[in-house]
Design a binder for this molecule. Sequence first.
Ligand code: PRT
Ligand code: ZN
Length: 285
Amino acid sequence: MSILKLAIQKKGRLSEKSIELINECAISFPNSTGKLVAKCYDFPMEILFLRDDDIPDYVQDGVADIGIVGENVAVESDKNVDDILKMGFGKCRLSLAVPRSFQYNSIQDLQGKSIATSYPKILKNYLDKHNIQAEIHVISGSVEIAPSIGLADAICDIVSTGSTLLSNGLKEVEQIFHSEAIIIGNKNLSEDKKVILDDFLFRLNAVRKAKKNKYILLNAPNASLDKIIQILPGIKSPTVLPLAENGWSSVHSVITEKDFWQIIQQLKEAGAEGILVMPIEQMID
Ligand code: PRT
Ligand code: ZN
């Protein structure tokens, strides 16, 4: 019986969300800190806890079959692996930033300058595309302090809210790469492992789709039903059931989180009462 080996970040920004998603797929494992491997109780999968930078290498070599890692790390590592699925979390961007006093008008202003980064390959690729010759200083941490200690004129680093740049007197001038967590996979998975992977991906998709949607129940006077049904963009048409009280119905549907508040407001204006909104655990097509 095959076991699919999934590598996740041991400790860091992607760890918690990765574990949460696996658990939401009804897959559980002993989660004791300090462990390097955990066998899942109820699914033919083993979790390997690794430093994120090691994951692409291990997946390429087949030590792990699949891995959850930032696209920034996967692309920078330049390993021969498959991109399987974007996970929708761990979103960030890789940006160029310069000291606030730097008169920046265009990428041409970085011609001949020095840039500190932990992402030399992605940066070099971007600079080459724009015909910029710059000196790249590879440093592995605290890139944002490089300009203030005179190590570089600019930096290329991960930005999320921008507050790290701000507190180091830097301004973001170019966004060069957008990233989120992805699943990468070994290129030579056995047929057995592919079957397990498909099952895992099926569950993941159902969980992720469910997260984006809510189940909504409301009561409405029959006279308002047409209007209310038009507002609800459900998967199919909503379910309408008569209430014990004459002239009233209960309406059930699924709405996406995106337009949520706008739809609720419209429903209230159309006469809906007793609106209940509930999370959905899984959504299976
Ligand atoms: O120990 P290990 O090597 O496994 O972890 P790590 O320290 O290398 O990585 P970690 O946990 O910091 O990040 C893991 C992944 O999360 C990254 O590879 C990105 O894909 C993603 N991610 C999302 C981020 C951020 N957001 C982020 N904000 N990675 C890093 N940052 C850092 C950034 O380097 C900078 O120092 O946060 C700072 C900027 O944040 P803001 O909000 O101030 O802009
Ligand atoms: Zn790392």
